[in-house]
Design a protein around this ligand. Structure first.
Ligand code: HEM
Length: 489
Protein backbone atom coordinates (compact mmCIF):
# COMPACT_ATOMS: atom_id res chain seq x y z
CA UNK A 1 0.00 0.00 0.00
CA UNK A 2 1.57 3.29 -1.09
CA UNK A 3 1.23 5.96 1.53
CA UNK A 4 -0.03 9.34 0.34
CA UNK A 5 2.16 12.39 0.28
CA UNK A 6 1.23 15.09 2.78
CA UNK A 7 -0.97 17.88 1.42
CA UNK A 8 0.43 20.81 -0.46
CA UNK A 9 -0.66 24.39 0.11
CA UNK A 10 -4.10 23.83 -1.41
CA UNK A 11 -4.85 20.56 0.27
CA UNK A 12 -3.33 18.14 -2.21
CA UNK A 13 0.32 17.39 -2.82
CA UNK A 14 1.76 19.68 -5.42
CA UNK A 15 4.20 18.17 -7.80
CA UNK A 16 5.87 20.56 -10.13
CA UNK A 17 2.97 22.98 -9.85
CA UNK A 18 4.86 26.23 -9.46
CA UNK A 19 1.74 28.34 -9.72
CA UNK A 20 0.67 27.04 -6.34
CA UNK A 21 3.55 28.83 -4.66
CA UNK A 22 2.00 31.75 -2.79
CA UNK A 23 3.55 35.00 -3.79
CA UNK A 24 4.10 36.76 -0.50
CA UNK A 25 4.22 36.05 3.21
CA UNK A 26 4.48 32.47 2.10
CA UNK A 27 5.45 31.13 5.50
CA UNK A 28 2.44 32.60 7.20
CA UNK A 29 0.23 31.19 4.44
CA UNK A 30 1.73 27.73 4.79
CA UNK A 31 0.99 27.89 8.46
CA UNK A 32 -2.60 28.97 7.82
CA UNK A 33 -3.07 26.23 5.22
CA UNK A 34 -1.63 23.75 7.59
CA UNK A 35 -4.31 24.62 10.13
CA UNK A 36 -7.04 24.63 7.48
CA UNK A 37 -6.17 21.17 6.18
CA UNK A 38 -5.41 19.90 9.64
CA UNK A 39 -1.96 18.75 8.67
CA UNK A 40 1.14 20.09 10.36
CA UNK A 41 3.33 19.18 7.43
CA UNK A 42 3.15 20.62 3.93
CA UNK A 43 4.71 19.12 0.86
CA UNK A 44 6.05 21.04 -2.09
CA UNK A 45 7.88 19.78 -5.09
CA UNK A 46 9.74 22.58 -6.69
CA UNK A 47 11.57 21.84 -9.93
CA UNK A 48 11.89 18.22 -8.90
CA UNK A 49 13.20 18.98 -5.40
CA UNK A 50 10.92 17.57 -2.70
CA UNK A 51 10.53 20.10 0.09
CA UNK A 52 8.64 19.57 3.33
CA UNK A 53 7.66 22.47 5.57
CA UNK A 54 6.93 21.57 9.20
CA UNK A 55 4.30 23.77 10.78
CA UNK A 56 4.27 22.70 14.42
CA UNK A 57 6.78 22.19 17.20
CA UNK A 58 5.43 18.70 17.55
CA UNK A 59 6.29 17.79 13.96
CA UNK A 60 9.71 19.46 14.32
CA UNK A 61 10.46 17.66 17.58
CA UNK A 62 9.17 14.29 16.35
CA UNK A 63 11.03 14.36 13.07
CA UNK A 64 14.15 16.46 13.55
CA UNK A 65 14.42 15.61 17.26
CA UNK A 66 13.23 12.07 18.02
CA UNK A 67 14.12 10.68 14.58
CA UNK A 68 17.12 12.93 14.22
CA UNK A 69 19.32 10.11 12.88
CA UNK A 70 17.37 10.34 9.63
CA UNK A 71 17.21 14.11 9.52
CA UNK A 72 20.72 15.20 10.44
CA UNK A 73 22.08 15.64 6.94
CA UNK A 74 22.29 18.99 5.17
CA UNK A 75 21.39 19.62 1.53
CA UNK A 76 24.56 20.43 -0.39
CA UNK A 77 25.12 23.58 -2.38
CA UNK A 78 27.59 23.12 -5.23
CA UNK A 79 28.44 26.81 -5.29
CA UNK A 80 28.96 27.15 -1.56
CA UNK A 81 30.54 23.86 -0.67
CA UNK A 82 32.58 23.08 -3.73
CA UNK A 83 33.29 26.25 -5.67
CA UNK A 84 33.60 28.80 -2.87
CA UNK A 85 35.47 26.59 -0.43
CA UNK A 86 33.04 26.42 2.52
CA UNK A 87 32.96 22.63 2.31
CA UNK A 88 34.43 21.88 5.73
CA UNK A 89 32.47 24.48 7.70
CA UNK A 90 30.56 22.53 10.35
CA UNK A 91 27.25 24.17 9.46
CA UNK A 92 27.38 22.92 5.86
CA UNK A 93 29.05 19.55 6.32
CA UNK A 94 26.92 16.54 5.45
CA UNK A 95 26.21 14.17 8.31
CA UNK A 96 29.13 11.77 8.82
CA UNK A 97 32.53 11.31 10.38
CA UNK A 98 33.97 14.75 9.55
CA UNK A 99 30.84 16.49 10.91
CA UNK A 100 30.86 14.41 14.12
CA UNK A 101 34.53 15.10 14.85
CA UNK A 102 34.12 18.85 14.35
CA UNK A 103 30.86 19.05 16.23
CA UNK A 104 32.42 17.20 19.21
CA UNK A 105 35.45 19.51 19.29
CA UNK A 106 33.25 22.60 19.00
CA UNK A 107 30.93 21.39 21.76
CA UNK A 108 33.88 20.91 24.11
CA UNK A 109 34.40 24.66 23.97
CA UNK A 110 30.80 25.85 23.82
CA UNK A 111 28.63 23.50 25.91
CA UNK A 112 26.64 25.11 28.70
CA UNK A 113 29.43 24.69 31.24
CA UNK A 114 32.50 25.47 29.12
CA UNK A 115 30.83 28.46 27.51
CA UNK A 116 31.14 30.26 30.83
CA UNK A 117 34.95 30.17 30.44
CA UNK A 118 34.55 32.76 27.69
CA UNK A 119 32.71 35.20 29.92
CA UNK A 120 35.74 37.28 31.00
CA UNK A 121 36.47 38.09 27.34
CA UNK A 122 32.80 38.76 26.63
CA UNK A 123 32.67 41.13 29.60
CA UNK A 124 35.86 42.87 28.55
CA UNK A 125 34.57 43.53 25.07
CA UNK A 126 31.12 44.59 26.28
CA UNK A 127 32.86 47.34 28.29
CA UNK A 128 34.91 48.22 25.21
CA UNK A 129 31.63 48.54 23.29
CA UNK A 130 30.29 50.99 25.89
CA UNK A 131 33.31 53.23 25.40
CA UNK A 132 32.94 53.16 21.64
CA UNK A 133 29.26 54.04 21.92
CA UNK A 134 30.10 56.93 24.21
CA UNK A 135 32.74 58.33 21.86
CA UNK A 136 30.96 57.85 18.55
CA UNK A 137 27.30 56.86 19.03
CA UNK A 138 26.29 57.42 15.39
CA UNK A 139 28.31 54.42 14.24
CA UNK A 140 26.56 52.08 16.66
CA UNK A 141 25.96 49.33 14.08
CA UNK A 142 29.62 49.35 13.18
CA UNK A 143 30.69 49.17 16.85
CA UNK A 144 28.44 46.20 17.51
CA UNK A 145 29.78 44.30 14.49
CA UNK A 146 33.34 45.21 15.39
CA UNK A 147 33.04 44.22 19.05
CA UNK A 148 31.50 40.85 18.37
CA UNK A 149 34.11 40.00 15.75
CA UNK A 150 36.88 41.10 18.09
CA UNK A 151 35.47 38.99 20.95
CA UNK A 152 35.34 35.83 18.91
CA UNK A 153 38.77 36.36 17.31
CA UNK A 154 40.29 36.69 20.78
CA UNK A 155 38.45 33.62 22.06
CA UNK A 156 39.15 31.45 19.04
CA UNK A 157 42.73 32.40 18.17
CA UNK A 158 44.12 34.30 21.18
CA UNK A 159 44.83 37.21 18.83
CA UNK A 160 43.98 40.80 19.73
CA UNK A 161 42.21 42.91 17.20
CA UNK A 162 44.35 45.81 16.00
CA UNK A 163 41.91 48.69 16.03
CA UNK A 164 39.30 49.75 13.54
CA UNK A 165 40.96 48.54 10.33
CA UNK A 166 41.96 45.16 11.64
CA UNK A 167 42.78 42.88 8.69
CA UNK A 168 41.06 39.88 10.29
CA UNK A 169 37.79 41.75 10.70
CA UNK A 170 38.05 42.99 7.09
CA UNK A 171 38.84 39.51 5.86
CA UNK A 172 35.81 38.03 7.57
CA UNK A 173 33.67 40.81 6.14
CA UNK A 174 34.66 39.96 2.56
CA UNK A 175 34.24 36.20 2.97
CA UNK A 176 30.88 36.59 4.68
CA UNK A 177 29.52 38.79 1.89
CA UNK A 178 30.24 35.97 -0.56
CA UNK A 179 28.71 33.46 1.80
CA UNK A 180 25.63 35.63 1.94
CA UNK A 181 25.28 35.68 -1.88
CA UNK A 182 25.77 31.98 -2.30
CA UNK A 183 23.76 30.76 0.66
CA UNK A 184 20.55 31.62 -1.10
CA UNK A 185 20.35 28.38 -3.00
CA UNK A 186 19.26 29.05 -6.53
CA UNK A 187 21.15 32.35 -6.75
CA UNK A 188 23.49 30.40 -8.98
CA UNK A 189 22.26 28.09 -11.74
CA UNK A 190 24.99 25.59 -10.86
CA UNK A 191 23.08 24.74 -7.65
CA UNK A 192 20.13 23.51 -9.67
CA UNK A 193 22.25 21.91 -12.40
CA UNK A 194 25.43 20.74 -10.65
CA UNK A 195 26.98 19.34 -13.87
CA UNK A 196 27.55 22.98 -14.90
CA UNK A 197 30.56 23.02 -12.57
CA UNK A 198 32.45 21.12 -15.29
CA UNK A 199 31.97 23.72 -18.03
CA UNK A 200 35.03 25.84 -18.80
CA UNK A 201 35.14 29.37 -17.36
CA UNK A 202 35.25 31.00 -20.83
CA UNK A 203 31.90 29.55 -21.91
CA UNK A 204 28.86 31.83 -22.05
CA UNK A 205 26.82 31.36 -18.89
CA UNK A 206 29.88 30.40 -16.83
CA UNK A 207 29.99 33.76 -15.00
CA UNK A 208 29.56 31.89 -11.73
CA UNK A 209 33.01 30.36 -12.26
CA UNK A 210 34.66 33.76 -12.55
CA UNK A 211 32.75 34.84 -9.44
CA UNK A 212 33.94 31.73 -7.59
CA UNK A 213 37.55 32.33 -8.64
CA UNK A 214 37.40 35.88 -7.26
CA UNK A 215 35.58 34.91 -4.08
CA UNK A 216 37.29 31.68 -3.07
CA UNK A 217 40.57 33.30 -1.89
CA UNK A 218 38.56 35.29 0.68
CA UNK A 219 37.19 32.07 2.15
CA UNK A 220 40.66 30.51 2.31
CA UNK A 221 42.08 33.68 3.78
CA UNK A 222 39.46 33.83 6.53
CA UNK A 223 40.18 30.23 7.52
CA UNK A 224 43.99 30.46 7.28
CA UNK A 225 45.21 33.93 8.23
CA UNK A 226 43.99 34.25 11.84
CA UNK A 227 44.95 30.63 12.44
CA UNK A 228 48.53 31.31 11.28
CA UNK A 229 48.68 34.47 13.43
CA UNK A 230 47.48 32.55 16.47
CA UNK A 231 50.14 29.89 15.83
CA UNK A 232 52.89 32.51 15.42
CA UNK A 233 51.96 34.05 18.76
CA UNK A 234 52.05 30.66 20.43
CA UNK A 235 55.46 29.93 18.92
CA UNK A 236 56.72 33.26 20.29
CA UNK A 237 55.34 32.26 23.68
CA UNK A 238 52.93 35.24 23.63
CA UNK A 239 49.68 33.47 22.90
CA UNK A 240 46.80 33.84 25.31
CA UNK A 241 44.66 30.80 26.19
CA UNK A 242 42.24 30.27 23.30
CA UNK A 243 40.34 27.53 21.50
CA UNK A 244 43.41 27.17 19.32
CA UNK A 245 45.86 26.77 22.21
CA UNK A 246 43.62 24.31 24.07
CA UNK A 247 42.96 22.25 20.92
CA UNK A 248 46.67 21.55 20.54
CA UNK A 249 46.36 19.36 23.62
CA UNK A 250 50.06 19.43 24.45
CA UNK A 251 51.19 18.55 20.88
CA UNK A 252 53.54 20.81 18.99
CA UNK A 253 51.84 23.24 16.61
CA UNK A 254 53.93 22.21 13.66
CA UNK A 255 52.79 19.03 12.03
CA UNK A 256 49.85 18.66 14.45
CA UNK A 257 47.86 15.54 13.41
CA UNK A 258 44.53 17.43 13.73
CA UNK A 259 45.62 20.67 12.11
CA UNK A 260 42.76 20.74 9.58
CA UNK A 261 40.17 19.95 12.24
CA UNK A 262 41.49 22.71 14.53
CA UNK A 263 41.39 25.17 11.64
CA UNK A 264 37.78 24.22 10.94
CA UNK A 265 36.64 24.50 14.55
CA UNK A 266 38.19 27.93 15.12
CA UNK A 267 36.89 29.03 11.72
CA UNK A 268 33.29 28.02 12.41
CA UNK A 269 33.40 29.72 15.82
CA UNK A 270 34.62 32.83 14.02
CA UNK A 271 31.90 32.57 11.35
CA UNK A 272 29.06 31.89 13.81
CA UNK A 273 30.20 34.47 16.35
CA UNK A 274 30.75 37.25 13.86
CA UNK A 275 27.66 36.65 11.79
CA UNK A 276 24.69 35.90 14.01
CA UNK A 277 24.76 37.62 17.39
CA UNK A 278 25.07 41.24 16.19
CA UNK A 279 21.76 40.92 14.43
CA UNK A 280 19.81 40.49 17.61
CA UNK A 281 21.59 43.10 19.68
CA UNK A 282 20.38 45.80 17.30
CA UNK A 283 16.79 45.24 18.31
CA UNK A 284 16.81 45.66 22.10
CA UNK A 285 14.70 48.07 24.10
CA UNK A 286 14.08 49.12 27.72
CA UNK A 287 14.67 47.52 31.06
CA UNK A 288 16.54 50.35 32.68
CA UNK A 289 14.40 50.66 35.78
CA UNK A 290 15.15 47.11 36.72
CA UNK A 291 18.85 47.64 36.12
CA UNK A 292 18.91 50.81 38.22
CA UNK A 293 17.09 49.17 41.10
CA UNK A 294 19.31 46.13 41.14
CA UNK A 295 22.72 47.56 40.24
CA UNK A 296 22.71 51.02 41.75
CA UNK A 297 25.78 52.85 40.44
CA UNK A 298 27.83 50.10 38.85
CA UNK A 299 28.06 48.24 35.56
CA UNK A 300 26.44 44.83 35.21
CA UNK A 301 28.40 41.58 35.38
CA UNK A 302 27.39 38.02 34.48
CA UNK A 303 26.42 37.20 38.08
CA UNK A 304 23.69 39.87 37.88
CA UNK A 305 21.86 38.38 34.89
CA UNK A 306 19.79 35.78 36.82
CA UNK A 307 18.47 38.66 38.97
CA UNK A 308 17.32 40.69 35.97
CA UNK A 309 14.13 39.04 34.67
CA UNK A 310 13.14 42.01 32.53
CA UNK A 311 16.50 41.98 30.73
CA UNK A 312 16.08 38.25 30.16
CA UNK A 313 12.57 38.83 28.85
CA UNK A 314 13.98 41.38 26.38
CA UNK A 315 16.42 38.77 25.09
CA UNK A 316 13.66 36.19 24.64
CA UNK A 317 11.45 38.69 22.88
CA UNK A 318 14.29 39.77 20.60
CA UNK A 319 14.77 36.16 19.58
CA UNK A 320 11.05 35.63 19.03
CA UNK A 321 10.35 38.88 17.23
CA UNK A 322 13.06 38.77 14.59
CA UNK A 323 14.65 35.45 13.88
CA UNK A 324 18.04 35.81 12.29
CA UNK A 325 18.68 32.61 10.44
CA UNK A 326 18.26 31.82 7.60
CA UNK A 327 16.03 33.17 4.91
CA UNK A 328 12.81 32.06 3.37
CA UNK A 329 14.52 32.98 0.14
CA UNK A 330 16.38 29.70 0.46
CA UNK A 331 13.18 28.13 -0.73
CA UNK A 332 11.66 30.72 -2.96
CA UNK A 333 14.85 30.96 -4.95
CA UNK A 334 14.38 27.43 -6.20
CA UNK A 335 11.99 29.19 -8.52
CA UNK A 336 13.08 30.76 -11.77
CA UNK A 337 11.61 34.10 -10.65
CA UNK A 338 12.07 35.87 -7.39
CA UNK A 339 9.50 36.00 -4.62
CA UNK A 340 9.92 39.11 -2.51
CA UNK A 341 9.98 37.50 0.87
CA UNK A 342 12.72 37.56 3.43
CA UNK A 343 11.00 35.82 6.28
CA UNK A 344 13.25 33.29 7.90
CA UNK A 345 12.89 29.55 8.23
CA UNK A 346 15.05 27.22 10.25
CA UNK A 347 18.16 25.84 8.59
CA UNK A 348 17.47 23.08 6.06
CA UNK A 349 17.84 19.42 7.06
CA UNK A 350 17.97 16.60 4.52
CA UNK A 351 16.17 13.28 4.93
CA UNK A 352 18.39 10.26 4.27
CA UNK A 353 15.67 7.61 3.76
CA UNK A 354 11.91 7.44 3.21
CA UNK A 355 10.02 8.25 6.40
CA UNK A 356 6.41 8.22 7.48
CA UNK A 357 4.56 10.76 9.57
CA UNK A 358 0.86 10.49 10.51
CA UNK A 359 0.23 8.13 7.62
CA UNK A 360 1.99 10.28 5.04
CA UNK A 361 5.19 9.41 3.24
CA UNK A 362 8.07 11.86 3.34
CA UNK A 363 10.36 10.89 0.49
CA UNK A 364 14.09 10.30 0.89
CA UNK A 365 16.14 13.30 -0.17
CA UNK A 366 13.48 15.82 0.93
CA UNK A 367 14.72 19.12 2.22
CA UNK A 368 13.01 19.83 5.52
CA UNK A 369 12.32 23.34 6.79
CA UNK A 370 10.66 24.29 10.04
CA UNK A 371 8.34 27.24 9.63
CA UNK A 372 10.01 29.12 12.47
CA UNK A 373 8.79 32.54 11.36
CA UNK A 374 5.12 31.56 11.49
CA UNK A 375 5.51 29.52 14.69
CA UNK A 376 7.06 32.42 16.55
CA UNK A 377 4.28 34.70 15.32
CA UNK A 378 1.35 32.39 15.92
CA UNK A 379 -1.41 34.53 17.44
CA UNK A 380 -2.75 31.61 19.42
CA UNK A 381 0.55 31.38 21.27
CA UNK A 382 1.78 34.97 21.30
CA UNK A 383 -0.92 37.63 21.40
CA UNK A 384 -0.28 40.65 19.16
CA UNK A 385 2.74 38.88 17.71
CA UNK A 386 3.97 41.75 15.52
CA UNK A 387 4.60 43.98 18.55
CA UNK A 388 7.81 43.91 20.54
CA UNK A 389 6.58 43.11 24.04
CA UNK A 390 9.04 41.57 26.52
CA UNK A 391 6.25 41.50 29.15
CA UNK A 392 4.73 38.48 27.39
CA UNK A 393 7.51 36.39 28.96
CA UNK A 394 6.89 37.70 32.49
CA UNK A 395 4.43 36.87 35.23
CA UNK A 396 4.50 38.58 38.63
CA UNK A 397 7.86 40.08 37.78
CA UNK A 398 9.50 36.72 37.00
CA UNK A 399 10.05 34.76 33.77
CA UNK A 400 6.82 32.84 33.13
CA UNK A 401 7.73 29.21 32.42
CA UNK A 402 4.38 28.79 30.65
CA UNK A 403 5.20 31.15 27.79
CA UNK A 404 6.76 29.20 25.01
CA UNK A 405 10.46 29.85 24.77
CA UNK A 406 11.67 31.04 21.33
CA UNK A 407 14.28 28.30 21.40
CA UNK A 408 13.26 27.00 17.91
CA UNK A 409 15.31 29.89 16.66
CA UNK A 410 18.35 27.80 17.50
CA UNK A 411 17.18 24.80 15.46
CA UNK A 412 16.36 21.20 16.27
CA UNK A 413 17.83 17.77 16.86
CA UNK A 414 21.45 16.84 16.34
CA UNK A 415 22.15 19.95 14.34
CA UNK A 416 20.75 22.38 16.90
CA UNK A 417 22.99 25.45 17.21
CA UNK A 418 25.98 24.45 19.39
CA UNK A 419 26.84 28.12 19.95
CA UNK A 420 23.55 28.93 21.68
CA UNK A 421 24.87 29.24 25.25
CA UNK A 422 27.66 31.51 24.12
CA UNK A 423 25.24 33.54 22.00
CA UNK A 424 22.83 34.01 24.90
CA UNK A 425 25.69 35.11 27.17
CA UNK A 426 26.88 37.65 24.59
CA UNK A 427 23.38 38.97 24.26
CA UNK A 428 22.73 39.17 27.98
CA UNK A 429 25.84 41.08 28.90
CA UNK A 430 25.56 43.46 25.95
CA UNK A 431 21.88 44.22 26.48
CA UNK A 432 22.33 44.75 30.23
CA UNK A 433 25.47 46.90 29.83
CA UNK A 434 24.08 49.12 27.09
CA UNK A 435 20.73 49.63 28.76
CA UNK A 436 22.27 50.48 32.09
CA UNK A 437 24.34 53.31 30.58
CA UNK A 438 22.55 54.65 27.52
CA UNK A 439 19.18 55.96 26.43
CA UNK A 440 18.15 54.78 23.02
CA UNK A 441 15.64 56.85 21.10
CA UNK A 442 14.56 57.73 17.60
CA UNK A 443 17.00 60.01 15.76
CA UNK A 444 15.85 63.64 15.46
CA UNK A 445 15.79 65.88 12.41
CA UNK A 446 17.20 69.44 12.30
CA UNK A 447 14.01 70.80 13.91
CA UNK A 448 14.19 68.31 16.75
CA UNK A 449 11.33 66.13 15.49
CA UNK A 450 11.52 62.33 15.65
CA UNK A 451 12.60 60.72 12.39
CA UNK A 452 10.20 57.87 11.66
CA UNK A 453 11.99 54.94 10.05
CA UNK A 454 10.89 51.52 8.98
CA UNK A 455 13.26 48.92 10.30
CA UNK A 456 14.05 46.72 7.33
CA UNK A 457 15.99 43.55 6.86
CA UNK A 458 17.94 42.15 3.97
CA UNK A 459 18.69 38.59 3.17
CA UNK A 460 21.46 36.10 2.72
CA UNK A 461 22.91 33.42 4.93
CA UNK A 462 21.55 35.34 7.89
CA UNK A 463 19.29 38.36 7.95
CA UNK A 464 20.85 41.77 8.33
CA UNK A 465 19.22 44.93 9.45
CA UNK A 466 19.46 47.73 6.91
CA UNK A 467 21.37 50.60 8.56
CA UNK A 468 19.15 53.12 10.28
CA UNK A 469 19.73 56.16 12.45
CA UNK A 470 19.15 56.20 16.15
CA UNK A 471 20.07 58.48 19.05
CA UNK A 472 22.24 56.83 21.67
CA UNK A 473 23.08 59.13 24.57
CA UNK A 474 24.53 58.49 28.03
CA UNK A 475 21.70 58.37 30.57
CA UNK A 476 23.48 60.82 32.85
CA UNK A 477 26.88 62.38 33.48
CA UNK A 478 27.30 59.70 36.13
CA UNK A 479 26.64 56.93 33.59
CA UNK A 480 29.17 58.46 31.18
CA UNK A 481 31.75 58.60 33.95
CA UNK A 482 31.03 54.99 34.84
CA UNK A 483 31.77 53.98 31.25
CA UNK A 484 34.94 56.07 31.06
CA UNK A 485 36.22 54.79 34.40
CA UNK A 486 35.23 51.19 33.76
CA UNK A 487 38.31 49.12 34.03
CA UNK A 488 39.15 47.13 30.96
CA UNK A 489 40.52 44.17 32.91
C1 HEM B 1 21.45 34.59 18.36
C2 HEM B 1 22.43 33.95 17.80
C3 HEM B 1 22.31 32.64 17.05
C4 HEM B 1 21.22 32.03 16.48
C5 HEM B 1 19.77 32.51 16.44
C6 HEM B 1 21.69 30.78 15.89
C7 HEM B 1 20.88 29.89 15.22
C8 HEM B 1 21.33 28.73 14.61
C9 HEM B 1 20.48 27.80 13.87
C10 HEM B 1 18.99 27.95 13.62
C11 HEM B 1 21.27 26.80 13.42
C12 HEM B 1 20.81 25.59 12.57
C13 HEM B 1 20.24 24.51 13.46
C14 HEM B 1 19.60 23.36 12.71
O1 HEM B 1 20.14 22.90 11.71
O2 HEM B 1 18.51 22.90 13.12
C15 HEM B 1 22.62 27.08 13.87
C16 HEM B 1 23.69 26.28 13.62
C17 HEM B 1 24.97 26.56 14.04
N1 HEM B 1 25.36 27.61 14.85
FE1 HEM B 1 24.18 29.07 15.57
N2 HEM B 1 23.04 30.66 16.13
C18 HEM B 1 23.45 31.76 16.84
C19 HEM B 1 24.73 32.04 17.29
C20 HEM B 1 25.81 31.21 17.08
C21 HEM B 1 27.15 31.47 17.58
C22 HEM B 1 27.55 32.70 18.40
C23 HEM B 1 27.93 30.44 17.16
C24 HEM B 1 29.40 30.20 17.40
C25 HEM B 1 30.09 30.64 18.41
C26 HEM B 1 27.09 29.52 16.40
C27 HEM B 1 27.52 28.34 15.82
C28 HEM B 1 26.71 27.50 15.07
C29 HEM B 1 27.22 26.31 14.37
C30 HEM B 1 28.65 25.81 14.38
C31 HEM B 1 26.12 25.72 13.72
C32 HEM B 1 26.12 24.48 12.83
C33 HEM B 1 25.78 23.23 13.61
C34 HEM B 1 25.66 21.97 12.76
O3 HEM B 1 25.31 22.08 11.57
O4 HEM B 1 25.93 20.89 13.28
N3 HEM B 1 25.81 30.02 16.39
N4 HEM B 1 22.63 28.25 14.60
Amino acid sequence: NRLPLPPGPRGYPIIGNLLDMPSEHQWVKYHEWSKKYNSDIIYLNVLGSPIVVLNSYKAANDLLGVRSALYSDRPLSTMLNELLGWKTLLSFLPYGHAWRARRRAFWQEFNSERSTNHRPKQLWYSRDLLRRLLEDPKRFLHHIDYTLSATIIAIAYGVDVQGEDDPNVERAGKALVNLKDAAISGSFMVDMLPFLKYIPAWMPGAGFKAYAERARPHTTDMREAPYQQGCSRLREGKGEPSILSRSLGGHSIDGHPDEELIKDVTWVAYTGGAETSPLVIYTFRKGQEELDAYLGARLPAFEDIPHLPYVRAIMLEVLRWQSVLPLGKCLSSFLPWSIPDDRPLGAPHRLTMDDEYKGYIIPKGSTIFVNVWALLRDEEVYSDPGTFKPERFLKDGEIDPKTLDPIPNFGFGRRICPGRFFAMDSLAISVASILSCFDIAKAKDARGRDIEQDIQWEGGFTRHIIPFECAITPRSAKAAKLVRDSELM
